[in-house]
Design a protein around this ligand. Sequence first.
Ligand code: ADP
Ligand code: MG
Length: 246
Amino acid sequence: MSGTNIAPNQPLIRVENLCKAYNLDHPENQSACHQVLFNINLEIYPGEFIAIMGQSGSGKSTLMNILGCLDTPTAGSYWLAGRNVATFSSDELARVRNRNIGFVFQGFNLLKRMTALDNVAIPLLYAGMNRSESRKQALSFLQQTGLGQFTRHYPNQLSGGQQQRVAISRALVNQPQLILADEPTGNLDTQTSQEIMALFAQLNRDRDITVILVTHEDDIAAYANRLIRLKDGHIVQDETRSTTTV
Ligand code: ADP
Ligand code: MG
C-alpha cells in the first residue's frame, strides 16, 4: 500500500469472514482449539474515527493485532488499501507496519534508555533516514504534540500523559494513514485522557488520519464517529454516529 493514495470511496480496510483461533498446532485436539474471533466482517473508510468496545477477553486486542499486521487470521481475509494482506511478503509486512500504520498502546511501550527525541526517531531510522534528519523530524513531531520542551527527557522523567504524547509522536513520524490505539488512555487520569483524545480527534479531523481505538469507557468512545462492539468474538453492534464531542 506504500505510495498508494486511497480514494475516499474505497475502503482502507476490508475484512471478510475473519476468524482467529489459538492452539491450531494441535488440530487433532479440537477441545484445545480456542476460537476468539468469529466471522468478522468490516469495511473501514479513510478518515473514519472508530471506537471498539467490549468486555475484557472479547477479542479486541486480537482484532487490533490482525488489523495492524502483527498477527494473522486463521480463516477469512483482510484487505488493506485494496490488497490482500495474506499475499504480502515479510518485507512488505514490515514496511506496512513501519510506514502505513502507527501503533499506540496502553503501556506507552517507550524504550526506557532513550530520550523522548530518540524514541520518536526510531521509526525514521528504521525506514532508512539518517540520524540528524531523523532527529529534526522527531523534534517537529514532538512540538506538534506539545512536547517541544521535553525532548531530552527519559520516559521515567515524564508523566503518563507526556509519555503517551511521545508514543503518539512516534506513531506519527512516518505519516501513516492509519493509527491503531489499544486502550491508549487506560493508564491515564480523566483530565489527561480527555487531552489525549482531543489530540486523536485533531489528527483525525485535520490530517484525515483513520483512527481505530479500543476503550472501555463511554466518554472516550464518544469522541469516535463509529462504535463497534465485540462480544465473545462476535460483532454485536456497529453504529455510525453523526456527532462527536469535540
Ligand atoms: P480483549 O483485548 O478484548 O481483552 P484479547 O483479544 O486480548 O481480548 O483476547 C481474546 C481471547 O483470546 C481471550 O480469551 C484470550 O485469553 C485469548 N488469547 C489472546 N491471545 C492469545 C494467545 N496468544 N494464545 C492463546 N489465547 C490467546
Ligand atoms: Mg485487550
